[in-house]
Design a protein around this ligand. Structure first.
Ligand code: ATR
Length: 285
């Protein structure tokens, strides 16, 4: 009997994850006898799951890690690569002998999406990052590799922005939420990593406190939130004539390195895959 290579995504809750759809679409496209399964793992059960993975007991070749385990698995993995160390969180695992190795492909996915959708997005100038959570760290890591003059991180809780600016140093600086409007004037690139875009109770603010029309001419605006696909921020930015890039591509591109490692074929992020996931989001969200 042929051995089926199987990968996982672990998280809690995990029912909403589109990763199985993405990886199974690629498995089918490439005719690979593999599988990819969502596994609900609570924080209490996480050490046990990783012990079984290490021992090869569940037959997994590796997998993805999503909320709320990205930082805990960073601590529990046996080996982390340089990019995982920079970000302080992991989302992709594989086995080498009896060791669990870990990396973070979120920064890669963020940049690859923009490279594909707006190829000159990183032409320089000021980049503004809204938010200072885990996703923000991956975004700032990616931005720090591109030729921006300054990376301004604005967050409601200033201390968290400061912590990220300190972590990455160099051209990254923390900005107070109240100072965002001034700090973003003339910026060439703006990205939202906060949960503002997801909305909340009726009447709750969903736009950051700034005037989008004051961004630079030809600015690129990106939201890493992809539910809804066109967030209020992207809608408002497009109305100002800016180029907008939605966050679905980051989800698709971050999956590429894991699939390549587990299944030995580098898959494409193309319009057909995007359509498949958008149809699923429309049906299930
Ligand atoms: P993740 O790890 O997914 O990035 P997180 O750590 O919960 O998630 O961070 C959520 C981000 O959204 C934070 O930057 C948060 O700001 P605080 O650090 O001040 O909490 C931001 N955020 C959430 N709701 C917000 C709101 N109503 N206005 C502004 N920022 C908000």
């Amino acid at each position: 009997m042929a051995i089926i290579r199987t990968a996982f995504v672990i998280g809690h809750p995990i029912g909403h994850s589109r990763s199985p759809l993405i990886h199974r679409t690629w498995l089918a496209r490439h005719g690979i006898a593999g599988d990819y399964r969502a596994v609900d793992v609570t924080s209490e059960k996480l050490p046990d799951f990783l012990a079984r993975l290490r021992a090869g007991e569940d037959g997994f070749v590796g997998g993805n890690v999503t909320l709320p385990h990205k930082e805990a698995v960073f601590q529990l993995a046996d080996h982390r690569d340089g990019i995982a160390e920079e970000i302080g969180a992991v989302n992709t695992l594989w086995r080498e002998g009896d060791r669990i190795c870990a990396t973070n492909t979120d920064a890669y996915g963020f940049a690859a999406n923009l490279d594909q959708q707006a190829p000159d997005w990183d032409r320089g100038g000021i980049a503004v990052v809204l938010g200072a959570g885990g996703a923000s760290r991956a975004v700032v890591q990616a931005l720090s590799k591109r030729p921006f003059e300054e990376i301004r991180i604005a967050n409601r809780t200033y201390e968290r922005a400061e912590a990220i600016a300190t972590r990455f140093g160099g051209r990254s600086v923390a900005i107070r939420w109240e100072a965002l409007a001034e700090a973003a004037a003339g910026a060439a690139f703006l990205v939202n990593t906060t949960s503002l875009s997801m909305g909340g109770p009726p009447g709750q603010q969903t736009l950051p406190p700034m005037d989008l029309s004051r961004l630079a001419d030809g600015a690129v605006v990106n939201d890493i939130v992809y539910t809804p696909l066109v967030t209020p921020l992207l809608e408002a930015a497009a109305a100002c004539g800016h180029r907008v890039v939605d966050g679905l591509g980051m989800l698709l591109h971050q999956a590429v390195p894991g699939f390549t490692r587990w299944f030995g074929t580098r898959p494409d992020v193309d319009a057909a895959l995007r359509r498949t996931v958008i149809e699923d989001l429309a049906g299930r969200s």
